[in-house]
Design a protein. Sequence first.
Lengths: 414, 423
Amino acid sequence: MNPSTGTTPIDDLLRGSIDHCVKCTICETQCPVSNVTPLFPGPKYAGPQAERYRVADEPSVEWSVDYCSGCGICSQSCPQGVKIAEVNAQARNKLKKQKGYPLRDRIITRPTWLGRAGGGPMAPVANLTIDFKPFRILGEKLLGVHRDAAAPEFARHRFSSWFKKHPSPPTGRKIIYFHGCGTEYYEPWEGEKLVQILEHNGFEVVVPKQDCCGLPLQSSGLFDDARKVVLRLARALVPYVRDDPDTLIVGNATSCTLMLKREAREILSLEHDPDLKLVSERTYDICELLLELHDRGELKTDFQPINEHIFYHAPCQQQGHWIGKPALDLFALIPGLEVTEGNARCCGIAGTYGLKVEKYDIAQAVGADLFGQVRGSGATEVACDSETCRWQITHATGQKSAHPIDYLHRAYGL
Amino acid sequence: MRGELHYDAVVIGAGTAGLVAGARLAEGGARVCVLAKGIGSTHLAPATIDVLGYAPDRVASPSGVMPEFVSRHPDHPYATLGVDAVAEAARWIQARVESGPLPGYRYIGDLDRNYLLPTAVGALRPSAIVPETMVAGDSVDLERACVVGTRALRDFHPALCASNLTRLGIPARSVEAEIELDRADQNALGLARRFDDPSWRAAFAGRLALKLQADERIGLPAVLGIRDPQGAWSDLEHRLGRRVFEIPTLPPSVPGMRLFEILRAALRAAGGRLVLGAEVVSSERDGSRVTSVATHSAGHDSRFVAPWFVLAAGGFNSGAIALDSHWVTHEQVLGLALRGVPAEGEPRFVGDYLAEQPMSRVGIAVDAELRPEGAENVLVAGAALPGAVPWREGSGEGIALASGSRAAQHVLARAGAPAGAAA
């Protein structure tokens, strides 16, 4: 900790990167938000430029950084390695501390609380409430959650209760599954398919007791809570990988795996937590893992043809893994599958951003390009690695959407 | 091994040279992966194909001047690449533009004649092959021009452009166009998106038409559409009843974004991969061969193993070649030897900023096959090549295209054979 600024070495490293900005404006061309609204002036202005006016222990001088959705495309496209999104996330935290957090941001950033309240046996009632317009209007007025925002339906069973009844055959090749909240409470079938794919390829799947990764809290600027939540998850996962250097953690929630891999360590200044460091090094996105297995000749390729045309959108957070688009390489292994790769930047939702009443219209405007491409593609379904993005895309276009592994699962005939 | 992927060839850099090399490797059947730290030169340059503009006087015909030029500059990349390679690569990219994702968009021209196109400040810039949307700016014939700008695009000043053109003998005046926007200012890309919208540009053309005079061609900043520039440009010509041309802007460059999208689509269509955010941070060697490069992907490093590597990461401008505070020059990606560095005690810079600097021709020391010293399975393409001063010569895209193509052809000709066997 730097005693004069209260910053850690990783904070100083992130902030120091702004000196590498050459004002080329490439990030400005990539930012999905500033391209549709003047409320956010763009990553270069809010980041490398405005950061110079942010002084430790002094109030934030401008508030537009709250409109950054945290998608991270700016950092990915910067040719000079400036940590634009990370600097802006820290500025948002400082701003929110100063302005105060709306009650809404304390609720919608807690998927575990919501899932426990509305999932499982409560699902039918909870889902009726979500679809009930007067309730949504009330939610908008009281809490600031937009009445039309995409809201997923709770599943009638949790993934973890399915897995308890599903003994993974011991093969000696263990893999640790981090399913995240989306799979646990909303889309347990995605986790079931992932488990079956891994088992088909000879893995024994282990599912530790686990909780949220803290990403929603982090992206809403609630850093102290986010740190507690992500460290709790790291402590829950680390015993499973500590003693065996070959054991990996794999997840299908691409934004949550990115949180574990990189964002928590950089943005939340947790670079030196040993548990999180180990978990970070061992965590894989499912498509990343399957592509590596294929590269080593260890992925079964007994795929049956799928004669369909799908549209693929790589979510911003998936792109933040800096691994390209492994889903496309996997799709290429499936006979008959025709894939249209979209080139729109973002669906707009950015986790909880597009739920917020003051940001809903921006999120829809951000997504308009993608929605138009989906509608114009002639594809029957949309494949996308992130659950919140899928909900947003399906809500806006009416097109069915699924995780890329769904198509592998089908092609395997599992 | 964990964290490893294998390819037939790995390309480092996603500027013009890297994307061309990657796309042509993929088209030749190689499994190729293009790694890039971020988006690069395409978004910053006008995206015209400059082959040879000054040698040192302004060049009217690149192909005509080339033999004499390379005899005077035997260390120039063109001396080993040859004019035919530049012409072949130019035809390749013209074909990819035509078959690319932007309907009807074309690049016009050849190596026999340079266009003379206005810049944003009203200077004239020679270029061989240019987007069709810029051709009417050709100022060889001194036709009257009206330069149109808008206050919303703060980096483009039509009055400055027009007055400088007039000084050069091209009768020009300027007009501020009124546009409908929900914000005070807008960058070039934001405006280009508006021009993709037929009803928005119809309204724009309707208002602009009232301010135009007879017999003048219309110069607009290069913002006429990002997804359908041909549609936007031809629609404006039709509605205004005059020839319309785009003038390259300060960065960000909309024509450059179009070119990036065209080359990216060519790479993808041929089955190549592109990984952005993938700065190469280390490499492994086996004697004189590079065996793998590693990038910092999130959480862990990713290693890319291949029998061939194409290094197209750029030169001083991108930071791939750097002069450190001890006055030592480095190639940053693979640690390769450089050529053209001033000797110890010799001046590195001269006082006139715009003069040719002693460091200008520094690049990776390569042989006639573009192979660097001590790395037999690496080929160098683009701005990292020594012996050229692209920004003074107006030769950057010609070198990038021809060397990217040459690198791909070199690999494809030897693929299958044990790497190094052909050496």
